[in-house]
Write a protein that binds this ligand. Sequence first.
Ligand SMILES: [Zn+2]
Length: 347
Amino acid sequence: MNKLLQQLTEAVGVSGAEKEVRVLIRDLIQDHVDSWHVDALGNLIAHKKGTGESDLRVMVDAHMDEVGLIVTGIDGNGTFKFSPVGGFDDRALLGKVVQLGSKKVTGVIGARPIHLTTAAERGKIAPRSGMRIDVGATSKDNAKASGRPGDRAAFLTPYEEMGDIALGKSFDDRAGCAILIELLQGAPYPFDLYASFTVQEEVGLRGAKTTAAAIKPDVAFILDCTPAYDLPAPGDPDESTNVCLGDGPAIYVMDRATIQDPRLVKYLLRTADDHAIPVQVRRPGGGGTNTSSVQRSTYGPVAVATMSLPGRYLHAPTSMISLVDYGHMRQLMETALRGLTADVIQR
Ligand SMILES: [Zn+2]
C-alpha cells in the first residue's frame, strides 16, 4: 500500500480550505528542506539548498486543493443546500457520502427517491438545485450543530489499491503533491530547488499567481493530473484519446491556457527516451494548469513545462490512477532535475 498517497488523498482540502493538507505536507517535508513558509493565500513554499554546482533557480509546483462543495444555506427540514467548488459533473453527486465542515460530519447527497419520481422525471438527470446534503438532522436548529454556510464538504472516499491501480479521491492533485514530497526527501540537487504547494488551483489557478513572484525561478515544472479518456464506447466515432492510463506521464505541448517552453518539452522527451521511461504527449487542446500563472507571473516570464499523471474520472468522488504511471512520473521528474543544466534553456 502506498502510504503517502493514502494519507494525502484521504486528507481534506477543498479550495480555500487547504489547511489539513498543508499541515500534513509540512510535517512530511520539514526535515528535508532548509526553510519553508506559508504566504497570505495559504501557499506552502519550501527551499532545498543545492550542492552549488549550478546557480539556476528551479521551482516545482503541485496544487493542494481538490474540488468539492460549499454550503450555501440550511433548509427548514435540516438539510444543507450547496454549490460546487471547482468544475463538476452534477451526475456524479447523487448518493455520494461527504464529510462536512471541520468536524467532518458524515452526510449523504440526497434527492427525491426513485419511488416518488414520475416516469418523465426518471428520464432526466436530477438537477443539482434539487439535491441536499443530509446529515440526519431533524430541524434547522439541529442542523446548525453540524455545519453552516461557508463550510466545505469533501467526498468521503477511502484509498484502495487493486494491483497496479489505485482508487481514491483527489489524485488531482495529491498525486502531484506526493511526487513533489518524494523529490524533496531525496538528496540535494545541483541547484536550489523551490517547491510550491499551491492553493485554489481548481477555482482559477489562483494560488500560483503569486508563488513565482516570491520564488523568482528561471525554470518551473508543474506536476498535475489530466483526464484519461481511454474507454471510448463501442462504435464511438471518435476513438482518439487525451491520454491513456498505463502509458506513462503526459507531457504538455499546448493547452487552453499555455504554450509550453519548447526547450523544456524537448528536454523532458529526450530524458525519457535516454532512460527508457515511458511517456506520452498530451493531446493539445482544452484544460489549463498552474503553468499559465507561473509562466506569465508578475515577476516576469518563466520557462515552464507541465507533466501530468493520467487519471480516470477526475473531478468526481472516486478517480483511478496507475501506480506504474506514478512511479514513472516520479522517476522522469527526478532524472530530469538531476540532469538539468543552464544550457537547456540557453537561447
Ligand atoms: Zn489539477
